[in-house]
Design a protein around this ligand. Structure first.
Ligand code: FMN
Length: 395
């Protein structure tokens, strides 16, 4: 996702500095090139050695260190960075940046850079609420700095308040969003559905299916990372909310139909990855159905077919979860539902499909092209599908 991107991670003297180790590690695992720059005070909390170990790269702290190679000065870091993120940033460094002070390596790097700059403050609630800090943040925001957090919660001093560093997920999600500005789906609106709908039987029981929503969520995240404005319409899942996209939660097929219908008017792409129940219970009981009533008969009525009934001036992508005659059935569905692209997967396969982090799919495009992909992560499958979407958008 962040393959080859150059990220400068500034860390300042906050009690939350240890959380920057997790950020550095995760960014490195996502294949970014992470150059960590520590303020002098940050080294009271965390060591350069730790960051060096997780990033595999030199860590900078002293602007006047004569041993630093000529090609990695504060100015060259500023020039090569795709994005600079300071997490955590103290009230002190916020004040210095707001006033153009460049008396340490972090502030000089920021001042010398033309790239996007993300600041994630962490401090005591009173320091954060102080009008001086607020004015400084406001000045930075007006100058185009992106501020993430802080969050409300328990602070190091033991009291509750706004001042906690945002989560690694939130900070990395913001980095991805910033880097996506030049992506091949910029200026496009993509609607993605995900999850397994629930059709009530009575107040405590429902009919659902094994879909976990992972494929739909991977698609939403991948579209965000390619610059799209994404709306995710999700049936219940246990997945974490994705940073930087609009999410609407629904429960049943009827709600999903309404949400999709209301959202598609401005869409360029609709990707229906949700597993919507084909049937709904006609006579939902208002009270819990008792066991002593003996054999229970449920009248199941076909639910509204969202894929078939929602059409418009957008690229419509559907999924075909099949257990036999994969390509044949997928082609039939593609024709019936007027799809530009259909993604077929064999749900009987043990190493892919429902619940798995991987998927093995066949992508069929309107022009008849059939791409049989090997087993790969759902995120990689998502990018393969979006490659086809980009082609379809250009046709
Ligand atoms: C134990 C301890 C924890 C601190 N935590 C924070 C903090 O979370 N946020 C903050 O703005 N300052 C915090 N400070 C104060 C900063 O370390 C101090 O303002 C320092 O000058 C910041 O330098 P820097 O911005 O160059 O890293 C803390 C100080 C101590 C002693």
């Amino acid at each position: 996702m962040l393959n080859g991107k150059s990220i400068v991670l500034g860390v300042t003297g906050s009690i939350a500095a240890y959380k920057a180790i997790d950020i550095a590690s995760k960014l490195t695992q996502l294949e970014a090139r992470v150059d960590v720059v520590l303020s002098k005070e940050a080294k009271q909390f965390v060591t350069p050695l730790t960051f060096n170990a997780v990033t595999g790269r030199a860590v900078f702290s002293d602007m006047f260190d004569a041993t630093i190679k000529q090609d990695i000065t504060h100015v060259s870091l500023a020039e090569t960075a795709d994005v600079i993120v300071i997490a955590p940033i103290t009230a002190n460094t916020i004040a210095k940046l707001a006033n153009g002070i460049a008396d340490d390596i972090i502030c000089s790097t920021v001042l010398a850079s033309k790239s996007s700059i993300i600041l994630a403050p962490a401090m005591n609630v009173n320091m954060f609420d102080n009008s001086i800090t607020q004015e400084n943040l406001c000045r930075l925001k007006n100058r185009g700095f992106i501020i993430v957090g802080p969050e409300y919660g328990r602070l190091a001093s033991g009291i509750e308040g706004k001042g906690r560093l945002s989560s690694s997920t939130e900070i990395i999600g913001t980095i991805c969003q910033v880097l996506a500005k030049e992506g091949d789906l910029r200026n496009k609106t993509v609607i993605v559905t995900a999850g397994a709908t629930q059709e009530s039987i009575d107040p405590i029981r429902y009919i659902t299916n094994h879909s976990t929503g992972k494929m739909g969520y991977a698609l939403a995240e991948a579209a965000r990372d390619r610059g799209a404005k994404v709306k995710l319409i999700t049936a219940p899942t246990s997945l974490e909310k994705i940073v930087g996209i609009e999410t609407e939660s629904v429960i049943n097929g009827e709600e999903m139909y309404k949400a999709v219908k209301e959202s598609v008017s401005s869409a360029d792409v609709l990707i229906m990855a949700a597993a919507v129940s084909d049937y709904r219970v006609d006579n939902i009981s208002n009270e819990k159905i008792k066991k002593e009533n003996g054999i229970l008969h449920l009248d199941l009525f076909p639910s509204i077919d969202i894929l078939l009934n929602i059409n418009g001036n957008f690229i419509k992508v559907g999924f075909a979860a099949e257990s036999n005659n994969l390509i044949e059935n997928a082609k039939k569905k593609m024709k019936e539902k007027k799809l530009k692209i259909i993604v077929a997967n064999d749900i009987t396969s043990k190493d892919s499909g429902f619940g798995s982090d991987n998927n093995r799919v066949i992508i069929i495009s309107k022009n008849g092209k059939i791409d049989e992909l090997p087993l790969m992560s759902k995120r990689k499958v998502a990018d393969e599908i979006l490659n086809k979407v980009v082609i379809a958008l250009s046709e």
